[in-house]
Design a binder for this molecule. Sequence first.
Ligand SMILES: NC(=O)c1ccc[n+]([C@@H]2O[C@H](COP(=O)([O-])OP(=O)(O)OC[C@H]3O[C@@H](n4cnc5c(N)ncnc54)[C@H](OP(=O)(O)O)[C@@H]3O)[C@@H](O)[C@H]2O)c1
Length: 334
Amino acid sequence: MFRKYSGEDKKYLFFLCLHPQIRPLNSYPINEMKILITGSNGLLGQKLVKLLLEQGIELVATARGVNRISYLPIDFEYCEMDITNKEEVNGVISKYKPGVVIHTAAMTYVDQCEEDQEGCRLLNVVAVKHLVQACEQHQIFLIHLSTDFIFDGESGPYSEEDKPNPVNFYGRSKLDAEELVKTAKCDWAILRTVLVYGVTPSMGRSNIVLWIKENLKNGKPVDIVDDQWRTPTLAEDLAMGCYLTAEKRATGIFNISGEEMLTPYGMAMKTAAYFDLDTTVIAKVDASTLSQPAKRPPKTGLILHKARKILGYQPRTFEEGIKILDEQVRNPMS
Ligand SMILES: NC(=O)c1ccc[n+]([C@@H]2O[C@H](COP(=O)([O-])OP(=O)(O)OC[C@H]3O[C@@H](n4cnc5c(N)ncnc54)[C@H](OP(=O)(O)O)[C@@H]3O)[C@@H](O)[C@H]2O)c1
């Protein structure tokens, strides 16, 4: 199922093989696996494209508009696909007939979802229905990305079996999407994640680490919440969780996040310590002092036992994540 590589591509793949963390291509247990990614221009989408290319997997990247991953020195299949357009979804999936669809695209800004509930529903729920139907028709393994925000945050960290109870529209929409996926008549997996951070050469959004670093570097005072708990997730770890799920064809619900329970204040202190920055400009605040359109769950975080046991998932620590991100900012091609 591998795609044909050009001479230039082969040079890049050879380069990748020199990296010890990447197995040589011919040592992979090749399962018939062509993977189609939705939302490939997003943070997770970009990390997934890079990882799957490194792993020698045949892939089709899809997103709305033009391909914004032009920085990789290897060519890959790209196709425009607006997931809210049912005909387009059917057409693209029928054309490529992948073995696996990894659905990363979504409306991910929580306040935007609260303010544009119709748009959020279209993207986060109706579009999922289109994908489920297309996957059912061709018996494709659907891997769907979900969130800790399906929980109310009263008793985190949560296991896969805990009872959801969203407190905002984003969480509601993602939970409704989960219900659609769970009743799909094809193999499916739901990967729930938390506060994803990372950097790519064509970044669509900033992240908590870079935001804190930038402010502290410029001596700007920052008010940071200390009563919301999360298990922040390095984007590379989440991409690996998706890959492991596809490779093992593991079905069901899996928590894929970081493991450390931190507040944004705790994340700021760790970021300051890593970059050796002055912490006196950091002020702790309560979430109640912020005026945000969407309510946030106070304490989420996810328990990872199942993903560790079944997928062999091993997340990095927050410090390791900051180090990786720092290296990528210095050398965008790393
Ligand atoms: N980021 C987090 O902290 C977080 C936390 C929990 C769960 N998750 C979940 O993890 C998944 C991946 O998140 P992420 O961080 O990679 O999000 P992201 O960076 O915001 O990427 C989402 C992508 O979806 C694309 N998209 C929007 N509308 C589309 C449409 N109609 N057709 C095709 N693509 C469309 C966006 O395209 P444009 O770039 O063109 O706008 C964007 O590239 C999502 O399902 C999200 O709900 C994320």
